[in-house]
Design a protein around this ligand. Structure first.
Ligand SMILES: [Zn+2]
Length: 312
């Protein structure tokens, strides 16, 4: 081979690599086998300041994404980056309907128009109150004719035969302290409990799948005392690290400090604690947070980043 030909081959190869590299970097899936938790959004509502997508998590089972937990801003794009397919989802669950947990729902639904989902999709979220809509009311306010903000997508929720599938919303009681265990299919079982997130109706979720369990605290401050029981012996507890120790006022009404996270993780005897919903208030304080948690909980503690994978 002449030197010129060799150079041409090398140039072509380099160009090919350059074109393919973005795709290789973009696709960040978990393993093809077994159960995995992937973080789609490890941030809170700050997005622009932290560069993290807002709250969202994906459950993988044998290479397919089966459950979406919350859908904060940026989660739809990160969902695509994982290589997940919307048609594989068995359910979407919401902890509550603050923007940083729900804003991408219409993004997912509109994008699905261009996919090939042909089976109904159940959506579960809390009941509402004066401050927040229920899951049904939230879906209605987004998609229903004639007043929904995106009522041009109403085919996805009404009786029209023109959409390939329907989004079917269910309200889960977010008052009191009762455990809800209303959904299971051949792949996983869902349960939920009300948690205290200031005046906002909110739920913590647990998924049991193939002998493994993952619990999601959602946003909460610990005052309802329901999470430890729900999370009992979970392989992973995803807890929201939204405030530092010593925070007060409204922030403490809404969120739990590291000491409360540590106490709950210890009481529930979870195997792994994943800290997410990371905000400027807690970013950079990881050492302090870890130290406070370790007073109560002696298992593995990991700070989550977008697209991280965890094996239960
Ligand atoms: Zn939040």
């Amino acid at each position: 081979m002449t030197r010129l030909k060799m150079s041409l081959y090398m140039a072509c190869f380099s160009l090919l690599m350059l074109l393919c590299l973005p795709l290789l970097v973009l696709a960040r899936s978990c393993g093809a086998e077994g159960v995995w938790l992937q973080v789609l959004g490890s941030g809170g509502p700050e997005v622009i300041q932290t560069g993290r997508a807002s709250s969202s998590y994906l459950l993988w089972l044998n290479g397919k994404a089966r459950l979406l937990v919350d859908a904060g801003g940026g989660s739809a794009l990160n969902f695509a980056r994982t290589g997940a397919d919307f048609k594989d989802l068995d359910a979407i669950v919401f902890s509550h309907f603050h923007v940083d947990h729900s804003a991408d729902l219409p993004v997912f639904i509109k994008a699905s128009y261009f996919g090939d989902r042909y089976r109904d999709l159940p959506l579960f979220g809390p009941t509402g109150n004066d401050l927040m809509p229920s899951a049904k009311a939230f879906v209605h306010a987004e998609f229903a004719e004639p007043d929904g903000a995106f009522h041009y997508l109403s085919d996805f929720i009404d009786q029209s035969p023109s959409s390939a599938y329907k989004l079917v919303a269910h309200n889960i009681d977010a008052t009191g302290r009762l455990l809800w265990v209303g959904f299971h299919n051949k792949r996983f079982k869902l349960s939920a409990v009300p948690v205290h997130h200031g005046p906002i109706p909110a739920l913590a979720w647990r998924v049991d799948v193939n002998g493994h369990s993952i619990t999601f605290s959602g946003d909460m401050n610990g005052n309802r005392h329901t999470l430890a029981k729900l999370a009992a012996h979970s392989d992973i507890l995803v807890a929201h690290n939204a405030i530092p120790e010593g925070a007060g006022g409204v922030a403490r009404q809404l969120h739990m400090p590291p000491s409360v996270i540590g106490k709950i993780a210890a009481r529930a005897m979870v195997k792994q604690l994943v800290l997410s919903h990371r905000m400027r208030r807690t970013l950079g304080k990881e050492k302090q947070t870890r130290k406070i948690i370790s007073r109560y909980y002696h298992g593995t503690v990991i700070f989550a980043n977008d697209l991280d994978c965890f094996r239960p």
